[in-house]
Design a binder for this molecule. Sequence first.
Ligand code: ADP
Ligand code: MG
Length: 691
Amino acid sequence: MPVAKRTSAAPAKSKAEIARTKLARMGLRTDMDLVLHLPLRYEDETQIVPIREAGFMAGSPAQVEGIVATSEVQYRPRRQMVVTLRDDSGELVMRFLNFYGSQLKQLEPGTRVRARGEVRHGFFGAEMVHPTYKVVNEGAPLPQSLTPVYPAGEGLSQAYLRTAINNAMSRVDWRDTLPPPMLQALRLQPFEASVRLLHNPPPDVSEAALMDRSHPAWTRMKFDELLAQQLSLKRAQAARRAKGATPLGVTGALSRDFLAQLPFALTGAQQRVLEEIRADLRQPYPMQRLLQGDVGSGKTVVAALAAAQAIDSGCQAALMAPTEILAEQHFRKIAQWMEPLGVRVAWLTGSLKKKEKEAAQALVESGEARLVIGTHALIQEGVEFDRLGLVIVDEQHRFGVGQRLALRNKGLEQAAQTVPHQLMMSATPIPRTLAMTYYADLEVSVIDELPPGRTPIVTRTIDQNRREQVIERVHAAVLEGRQAYWVCPLIEESEALQLQTATDTHAALQEALPDLRVGLVHGRMKPAEKQLVMDGFIRNDIHVLVATTVIEVGVDVPNASLMVIEHAERFGLSQLHQLRGRVGRGSAASVCLLLYQSPLGMTAKQRLMTMRETTDGFEIARRDLEIRGPGEFLGARQSGQAMLRFADLETDQWLVDQARDVAQKLLHEAPAIVDAHLARWLGGREEFLKA
Ligand code: ADP
Ligand code: MG
C-alpha cells in the first residue's frame, strides 16, 4: 500500500490517539482492561530518609530529599552529569549517564530535589545512578500509598499509565459480578475494594503480601481470573456439544478383521482407551479427546482402530502428523494393515508433485480413499473431503492452534453444522494442573502401560571427552546385530551450523567405524532422500543413523537399541525424553548415552539427572513444569492470551479447584452472572480459549 502523504487536509494523529494505539497494542482497549491492568510491583515513596542514613542502605532503594549543592557535566571516564545533593545529615552523588541539557539547567545549585533510587557506594561515597527524581517545594506532601509500577509497553510512561488507569477507575461499572453470600462462603474480598487497594495500597498494608501476591486482594483477582477461564472453557465445551456430528456407531467387519490380523494383542490399557474412544464416536456431537501415552505405548494402533470404526460407519478419516517422516511412517504402517482389507489409503503431503497431489486430492474428494494420511498439507486449500467423520492429530502439541482449528472446521464445509470427531494424540503428558485448566474442554484417555516384552532403557550420562569409548560401544552393539542412533547437538542459533555439525559428525563416525554403514538424516534433505535413508535404516542396511532432531517424533525402528545424544545439556527435558523414546521399542535391552560438555549449569544438571533417574513420561513432565513453568509447556504462542496473568497454576492450585466448582454451579444456576463475569474478564478475547 502506498504511504499516504501527510497533507494539510489529513490531520496528524493526535497525542491521545497515539497513546490509545500503544495501549491497544498491550491489549488495553476498554476502561475495564485498564482497571484490570494491575501493578507488577510497588515503590515506597511514602517515606523520606536522611541522606546519611541512606548511605547505610547500600543495595536497597531509598528516597531522599535535599538541596543541589553542585551539578556539572564530567567527561571522564565518559560523559555524564554529576549532581551532589545535600541535606542536614550529609551528601550523596546522583550520577546520570544519559541526560538532556535541560536537566542540567533544572538541577541548578539551590534547587530542592526529591530523589529515589538504589544506593551504592561509589568512589566518592554514597551515590545513586539514574535515580528517579523531581523538583519539589519545601514541605511538598508525600504520597499516602505505595506507588504502583505497571507492566508498560514501549513509549508508555508510568505516569501516563497511572493517569489512564485512575481515569478509567472513575468511569467503570464497579458492580461485583459475584453475589455477597457467595463471596462470604468463599471468603473472598469484594471486587472494587480489592482492585482499588492493588492500584493504591495504603501505607499500612504489608508490602510483602502485595509482592508475593498472597494478599486477599490478589486472591480475589486470581479467583476471578481463574473463574473466567473455567467459565469460558465450559461454555466452549457446551457450544461444541451443541454442534452436531455424525455418530460413528458401527464397529463392523473392518474393525474386526483389523484386530484379528494384528500380530499382537492389545494391552489392557489400549483396550480401555479404545472403549472410551468408541463410546465418544457413537455420540451425535463431536468427540474431542486427547489420547496420551508415553512414547512407545502404542497409540498408532488405537488411532487406526478409531479410523476403522469411522470407515465402518460410512465416513472418511484423516490422520495428520507434524513431520513428513512421521506421516510417511504412519502411512506405510497403516496402509500395510488396511489395504489388504480393501481400504484405500491416500497419502498427502506438501512435497508431492503437482500431479500426484491432484490425484490424491481426487481420491479424497470422490470418497474412494476412506483414509487419508499426511502432514498439514491436509488442511490446505484445495483438499475437499467426501464425508469426513474423524480427524486424528498425532503429536498434537506440535501443531499450532490455528492448524488444529482448520482441520476441525474442514467438516463444517460439507454438511452444514456438523463437525468431525477429533482425536488428538500426544506423548508429552500434560500435567494435571494444565489439563484441568487449559484443556478443560478435552476428555483425556491415558495409555499407562507399555506393550509386554520391553526392557527398560538404561540411561547414562558421560562426559564428552570420553567420546572414543562411546564410539567403541556403538561398534560393539552393531556387531551384536543391533543398530544405533547418534543425535547431533542442537545449535539453535544457526541452522547452517547445525547442518554442518551433522555432516561433520557423520563423516567422523564413518571414518571411525569403517566396517559399518553410517547414514545421515537432517531437516534440510529432500523428503525422498530422507526416506531412502530411513528405509535403509529400517532394513538394517544402515547400522548407525546420524540425525538431527528430525527423528524426535514417532520414528519406530525396534531393532535400534542404542541412542547417543551429543551435547545433551542443550536439549530440553521433553525433547530428550522423546528422543530416548526412539529406543527401547524391541525386546533387546536398550541404552541411552547422554554426552555432555562440562561444566554443567544448574538446570542442565537437573535435567540430565532427571533423565537418568526416570523413564516415566509423566514424572518427567512434572519435573519439566517445575524447571520451566507452564508457559513454555504450552508454547507461548499456542496459549496466547489464555495465559493467566495473575494466578499461578502450581501455587494457586486450591483456587483452581474452587473456581472450577463455582463455574459449574454458576453455569447451571446463574447464567446472567456468567455473562457479566466473562464480559468483565475476557471482553472480546474469548476466542483465544476455544482452540
Ligand atoms: P507411540 O505410542 O509412541 O506412537 P507406536 O504406536 O509407534 O507408539 O507403537 C510402538 C511400537 O509398539 C510399534 O512397533 C507397535 O507396532 C508396537 N505395539 C503397539 N501395541 C502393541 C501391543 N499391544 N503389543 C506389542 N506391540 C505393540
Ligand atoms: Mg506415535
